[in-house]
Design a protein around this ligand. Structure first.
Ligand code: CP
Ligand code: NVA
Length: 311
């Protein structure tokens, strides 16, 4: 696997297959797994934004794999006082064996990876959230027993980190993705045009048309971290794209509901849909832990340990 995970562009279809296979083994053997690939290793978590799932699942996952964790609030490091990313990367590379980073500008994470000699994992930027979509692919595989040909519709802000990442993950995984969003929040043409995998991604402005026959309906908050100033405008423009009972009724009979969480009931999703029997959002959240442990295995364990588990 590539040294870093900055976006799904760093991942191959074979990596996806390995992550799904390894996650399944790691999940089954959560309390009995003998392999401790992070023994003696320390991973730094640098977070400039809030987090519940990502921080806790990484901290728990790293410890379950035998490693140590240092959590750093980005603002309280010297980065928050203007030390360069380059110097930070060079210093931290001498102390720790990997960095998980959640910040604003994607370019900052790219720069960190450029100057660090250790693996860098993107734990969310304004552009991408690759760890989330790896867990999403695992969740879809668990329910559909395949990825190829699955139909998924994403509703809401089509231009933020989640749809950006889903476009790449669905294409790589062979999933057919429709993003339904208003003109103001339409998905990035540039990302949709990236040639990666056998799946597809398209934009459909009409939410009813977009949801017809979907196997999975997925949504995310309308006001992403860093967009709080636009909250009023966003809530108004995105209102027709709420994932609610009406839209769920046109999807496939057995449709499953996905949400990366945190959810805002009554905004991007109705309480009835989020809490319905079709909703698998907590299984999806749990899978963050298993998929990230598999990712850490692939990035940091010795090859023979991985091969042994995969065989
Ligand atoms: N889905 C997700 O990344 O959640 P957190 O913001 O709580 O980490
Ligand atoms: N788009 C959301 C995802 C949260 C996990 C945000 O960036 O806030």
């Amino acid at each position: 696997m590539h040294k870093d995970l900055l976006s799904i562009e760093d991942v191959t279809r074979d990596n996806i297959n390995d992550i799904i296979k390894l996650s399944t083994i790691i999940k089954q053997k959560r309390w009995t797994l003998e392999e401790k690939p992070l023994l003696g290793k320390t991973i730094a978590l640098i977070f400039a934004k809030s987090s519940t799932r990502t921080r806790v699942s990484f901290e728990v996952g790293i410890k379950e794999l035998g490693g140590n964790v240092i959590y750093l609030d980005q603002a309280k490091t010297q980065l928050g006082r203007g030390e360069t990313i380059e110097d930070t990367a060079k210093v931290l590379s001498r102390y720790v064996q990997g960095i998980v980073i959640r910040t604003y500008k994607h370019e900052d994470v790219v720069e960190l990876a450029q100057f660090a000699t250790i693996p860098i994992i993107n734990a969310l930027t304004d552009k991408y959230h690759p760890c989330q979509v790896l867990a999403d692919l695992l969740t879809i595989y668990e329910y559909s027993e395949k990825l190829d040909g699955v139909k998924m519709t994403f509703l809401g802000d089509g231009s933020c980190n989640m749809p950006n990442s889903l476009i790449l993950a669905c294409k790589l995984g062979g999933i057919d993705l429709t993003i339904t969003a208003p003109e103001e929040f339409r998905p990035s043409e540039e990302i949709m045009n990236l040639e990666i995998g056998t799946g597809s991604a398209k934009w459909e402005i009409d939410p009813i048309k977009a949801c017809e026959g979907a196997d999975y309906l997925y949504t995310d908050v309308w006001v992403s971290m860093g967009c709080e100033d636009e909250a009023k405008k966003r809530l108004k423009i995105l209102a027709p794209y709420q994932l609610n009972e009406e839209l769920m009724s046109v999807a496939s009979d057995n449709v499953k509901i996905l949400h990366c969480l945190p959810a805002h009931r009554g905004e991007e999703i109705s309480a009835g849909v989020l809490d319905s029997n079709n909703s698998i959002v907590f299984e999806q959240a749990e899978n963050r832990l298993h998929a990230q442990k598999a990712l850490l295995f692939l990035m940091m364990a010795e090859k023979h340990v991985i091969d042994n588990l995969l065989k």
